[in-house]
Write a protein that binds this ligand. Structure first.
Ligand code: COA
Length: 311
């Protein structure tokens, strides 16, 4: 079977920066509460005329350049999103046209904040079997469209952004070593859009602390390795306390975990690729490193992968 890995990555987080102090003006909240409970200091809301497909496009261009691949060479586009421009057509189809990816199949994935990991796992299957060679996987979200800015339980948590990865064939000992995907629909009502975002924070918190740690351990074991082999953790950026719990399960030091939640808040499916891009730029992830990525979200769902960085 052909091994699959990441050839190139890109991200887009631009718009209006909103600090906790600014939220204090319109909500019964305060900077201290938000920082100590979540780790968030600010978030970025995309401009009114920038939609999910626009952010996906900008991150895709960066990822294609990084991978040194032309859009015409793409076989498939997978966009993970819960905030598409329209219920249909898919963001992936909008993107396929805009990129000029003439031969690419296109579909969106709805797995909330675990969507990017679900996308990577889906791409890996097509590459493993030899059906496709080059797949663009994107997490893109404009959560500001669905957040109730009068609800302090949720308004302080979320932000907008996009992150992309070009997935392709890699050497035998590189790329994705294992995946775990899961769902527990008994918690489906804990985070939902009806018509705006509604959340039972305490229940989600308990689930996330348990599941992020367990899934991280599972993918390492499935890869035939132990937690001592892990070099770097890229967790979904929902809440620093949840992320710290996962890091502690892997016995990793603080500087071995990607942290962008303070700057961008929770950007759902895009948080893992955005954090990945930043840590690669910071030189924290090197060729040959064992990287664990893990996410959870509405569904409730979760997804994790252990991968050997490089191609
Ligand atoms: N500012 C000030 N007070 C707030 C607040 C805010 N923005 N939001 C909630 N509160 C209040 C609550 O009303 C509650 O008041 P009460 O005790 O009078 O009822 C109090 O703060 C404590 O709430 P609690 O739920 O115990 O806080 P917490 O420590 O669990 O933190 C979350 C709340 C939302 C930060 C936390 O539960 C969380 O992160 N959950 C997971 C959410 C998540 O990750 N969602 C996305 C999934 S992808």
């Amino acid at each position: 079977m052909q091994h699959a890995g990441i050839w190139g990555i890109g991200s887009f987080v631009e718009g209006r920066e909103v600090t906790n102090t600014e939220l204090e003006k319109t909500l019964d909240t305060n900077d201290e509460w938000i920082r100590t409970r979540t780790g968030i200091e600010r978030r970025v809301f995309a401009e009114d005329d920038v939609n999910t497909s626009d952010m996906a496009y900008y991150s895709a261009i960066e990822a294609l350049n990084d991978a040194e691949l032309n859009a015409e060479e793409l076989d498939m586009i997978l966009v993970a999103t819960v905030t598409p421009d329209y219920p249909f057509p898919s963001v992936s189809s909008l993107l396929q046209e805009r990129l000029g990816a003439e031969k690419a199949a296109a579909m969106d994935i709805s797995a909330a904040c675990a969507g990017f990991i679900y996308g990577l796992a889906t791409a890996e299957q097509f590459i493993k079997t030899g059906m496709y060679k080059h797949i663009l996987v994107i997490g893109s979200e404009k959560l500001s469209k669905v957040t109730d800015m009068k609800d302090r339980n949720t308004a302080v948590l979320f932000g907008d952004g996009a992150g992309a990865a070009v997935v392709g064939p890699v050497e035998k000992d590189k790329g994705f070593l294992s995946f775990e995907l899961g769902s527990d629909g008994s918690g489906a009502m804990h985070i939902r859009q009806d018509p705006q975002l509604i959340m039972n924070g305490r229940e989600v918190f308990k689930f996330a602390v348990r599941q992020m740690g367990e899934s991280s351990i599972h993918v390492v074991e499935k890869a035939g390795l132990t937690k001592d082999d892990v070099d770097f953790l890229v967790p979904h950026q929902a809440n620093i306390r949840i992320m710290e719990a996962a890091r502690e399960r892997l016995d990793l030091p603080k500087d071995k975990m990607a942290v962008t939640v303070q700057k961008y808040g929770n950007t759902s499916s895009s948080s893992v690729p955005i954090a990945l891009v930043e840590e690669l730029k910071n030189g924290k992830i090197k060729d040959g490193d064992l990287v664990v990525m893990v996410g959870f979200g509405s569904g409730l769902v979760w997804g994790a992968t252990a991968m050997r960085w490089g191609r």
